[in-house]
Design a protein around this ligand. Sequence first.
Ligand SMILES: [Zn+2]
Length: 314
Amino acid sequence: MQPRPTPVILREVGLRDGLQSISRVLPTAQKLEWLRDAHAAGQREIEVGSFVPARLLPQLADTADVVAYAKTLPGLVVSVLVPNLKGAQRALECGADSMLVPLSASPAHSLANLRKSPDDVVQEIAQICAARDASGSRCEIEVGVSTAFGCTIQGRVAHGDVVRLVTAVLDAGVDRVGLADTVGYADPAMVTELFGRTFAVAGRRLACAHFHDTRGLGIANVMAAWQAGIARFDACLAGIGGCPHAPGASGNVATEDLAYLFASMGAPTGVDIGRLLALRGKVAGWLDGEALHGTLWRAGLPKTMRADTAAASA
Ligand SMILES: [Zn+2]
C-alpha cells in the first residue's frame, strides 16, 4: 500500500495563477472579500499575488495591499510568487510568510520566458536565499519546478534534469520544492515515477504538486501524487487559469473538486465545501463571461455527504 498522507493541504492559487491569466483586473476589494471567505471556509494557505512589474501583470499590481490584508487573517500562511531577486526583496519587505520561486526545468522554456538558463535561475535563487538570511526574515522559500513533466517548446523533459535542479536548489538553501505541470503533459504513471525519483533526493522537502487539468488528467495526477506521498496541492477556485499555449484549455485543478475528492475518501482538508461552493458562486459573478471550470458545482454534493463533512473531520 502506497502512503496516503493526511491532513491534506489545499494551497489556493486562484488569486495569482488564476487571475493572472484573465485579462480583466479584479478590484482589490473583491480580492479581499475572496480571501476573507476562503479563510472562513477553512483554507489556511493562499498565494495572494505576485511581485512582478505592474506593466507586465496589471491584474496583480495590488499584491502588497493584498498581502497586508491577508496577514490580518489568523493562522493564514500568506504566500506570494516572486520571479527574481527584486521580487523576493519586495516579498521580504511586506512580510509574506512564504515565497514561491518558479524554475523551469526546460532550458528552451526558461530562455524564452526569462532569457535565463535554468542554471542561471538557480544562481539567482541562491542570491534570494542569501538575501532572506541576511534580512533575518523567517519567510520560507519554495521553488516550483515548472515544465517538470514536459514543455510546449522543448517537448520531453528528462526526469534526470528535474532531479538535478531539485538537488541544486536544495543545496542553494531553499526550504521546499514542488513539481508543476502547467501545460497538462503529465499522466499518473509519470507522476508516480518522477515524484518517486524526486523524493529519493529531497525527502520531505518535496512538498507540493501543481497540476493543470488541460487534458482532463488533473484529478488523476493529484491521486498519483498523493499515493506517492504528497499532502499539499495547489488548486484554483473554479479551476480558473488557462494554458497560454492551448487557447480554451481548462486551468488548474479546481479547489472545490479537490476538497470533494479528499472528503469523499475521508482525508481531512479542513475545508468546508458548502462555504467554498458559496464563494465559487460569488467569484463566478465577479468573473462573469470568463471561462470557469471544475465539476462539483454543477451537481453539488451527493446526499450521502454533508457540506461541512470535510471541516468536521479536520
Ligand atoms: Zn499553474
